[in-house]
Design a protein around this ligand. Structure first.
Ligand code: 5GP
Length: 126
């Protein structure tokens, strides 16, 4: 079990259930390191989530506890997904929320990929 900032990985979270095939997801890519699927509530014309195949709460956890091959394989997969979706010409943004101040909702490490329109400033104001 992985632990980060006092939070223990709970394998009943929704992304763990997607990884186990217990609930459906619109998959776009998978390999031995990562699984990518469309966000259920897209915030841009393209909004894909990429998750590592391992029990990590957030990047805080993943960066400390994941083995090197998974870290490399996962981040390479993020770039592969963007390329496979044809996002490189127009551009895309990646984002990962870690913990409370970032408003992380699902406690399984994930990277958002946003694309398909001009995405505006990096953070909303106000
Ligand atoms: P967070 O705030 O944790 O970074 O983002 C979690 C993301 O997961 C949100 O964008 C939310 O729409 C997405 N999400 C939550 N539940 C599900 C689900 O059951 N299926 C899919 N595909 N996305 C989900």
């Amino acid at each position: 079990m992985s632990v980060s900032n006092g939070e223990t990985y709970n394998d009943s979270n929704i992304f763990a259930r997607i990884l186990r095939g217990e609930i459906p997801a619109r998959m776009v890519f998978q390999n031995e390191f990562a699984f990518a699927f469309h966000d259920i509530n897209p915030q841009a014309p393209v909004h894909v989530l990429v998750i590592p195949k391992g029990p990590y709460v957030s990047l805080a956890d993943f960066s400390v506890h994941a083995p090197d091959d998974l870290v490399v394989g996962f981040w390479r997969a993020v770039g592969d997904v963007a390329r496979l979706l044809g996002l490189e010409e127009g551009g895309y943004r990646i984002l990962t929320n870690a913990g409370q101040d970032a408003h992380q909702e699902v406690p399984h490490m994930h990277v958002h990929i946003f694309a398909g329109k001009a995405l505006g400033p990096m953070l909303s104001r106000g």
